[in-house]
Design a protein around this ligand. Structure first.
Ligand code: VAH
Length: 323
């Protein structure tokens, strides 16, 4: 029997694309999208959509019972940069939503949970190159703290209550369909938009700030791979390191210049530089590659080519409209 999926945070950067992909894979009628507002019309208009408050247990439970949900993807969260502006809001949303979903699974209202962690669980004292799955973790952002604590609770609920919760430590995610919101890696999305609209980008990180990154299609594939893997293959129930590539803003700009020779970039680091400095440069995801055969596909040139192709279409269309 096909899964009945509830996507919480379906209007967000990852949630929106995950919803559209799952609808194509499992049928629109089997993927219920939800968020706190109707902020992504592609998602709202492509299938069943419900307003669900991720911080309200009853709000989630009503939706689970109404549609006989058996699987929840919990994609609602406040990310690193915004979390530093509103620390208690970030703690409340990121933790309350996780407990509600884990408790629904513990009470057997649902069977399976996906919950995203992040490389933000690592801190300045973590080895920065090829960061291992098991190592020092002293996150210095509220977002990173919620992800570290969340991983502990996921593993606890799995061991204590046999909850089938699965998780990935996402790197920075690059996509063209939905803008990211409030992340430190958002420069790697903004730069493509500005390269097309302005031919210029003022980057909020320094040119040599190397960070782990991934194209959205790879992130979506990894998420579906781990959620469809045999239960016994998912040996790590805190969260798996997940990697594709790493690059600096300078390297990304060079990749764009191959397509837009006149593109110019300047660097004006802001408060997000301190966050980026505390994160790894590259990630060792050998456990994911071994346990459930993870393999990334997109390198920096593939990403730049696809981002510029799709955004040129998007802006070209809007530019034509404005004429
Ligand atoms: C952020 N995009 O920048 C998120 C992500 C690894 C970074 O968790 O906060």
């Amino acid at each position: 029997m096909k899964s009945k999926i509830l996507m919480i945070g379906a209007c967000g950067q990852i949630g929106s694309e995950l919803t559209l992909k799952l609808r194509r894979l499992f049928g629109e009628e089997n993927v219920i999208a939800s968020d706190i507002s109707y902020s992504n019309l592609d998602v709202v208009n492509s299938g069943i959509f419900e307003i669900v408050d991720a911080q309200n247990y009853a709000s989630i439970k009503v939706c689970v019972e109404k549609y006989k949900i058996d699987t929840i993807y919990l994609m609602a969260a406040i990310l690193s940069a915004t979390g530093e502006k509103y620390p208690m809001k970030a703690w409340d949303l990121n933790m309350e939503s996780l407990f509600h979903v884990l408790n629904l699974a513990r009470a057997k209202f649902i069977k399976k949970v996906f919950w995203p962690s992040s490389i933000a669980v690592f801190g300045a004292t973590t080895p920065k190159e090829f960061t291992p799955q098991y190592t020092i973790m002293e996150p210095s952002t509220v977002y990173g703290i919620t992800k570290q604590v969340g991983e502990r609770w996921c593993e606890y609920y799995h061991k204590k209550y046999d909850v089938d919760v699965r998780s990935l430590r996402y790197p920075g995610i690059i996509s063209w369909k939905t803008l990211p919101g409030g992340g430190t890696t958002d420069y790697a999305v903004e730069i493509y938009h500005k390269a097309i609209t302005d031919g210029f980008y003022d980057c909020f990180l320094t040119e040599e700030t190397e960070l782990p990154m991934m194209f959205m299609d790879d992130a979506i594939k990894a998420t579906i791979d781990i959620m469809t893997a045999n239960k016994d293959a998912v040996k790590i129930r805190s969260s798996y390191n997940l990697a594709a590539i790493s690059f600096t803003p300078k390297e990304l700009a060079e990749s764009i210049k191959k397509h837009i020779p006149g593109f110019k970039i300047t660097y004006t680091p802001d408060y997000r530089q301190d966050i980026a400095n505390s994160w790894p440069k590259s990630i060792n995801d050998s456990y994911a590659r071994e346990d459930w055969k993870w393999k990334h596909q997109f390198n920096i040139e593939d990403i730049t080519k696809e981002m510029l192709l799709q955004l040129n279409k998007k802006y070209g269309a809007s530019l034509n409209k404005s004429k």
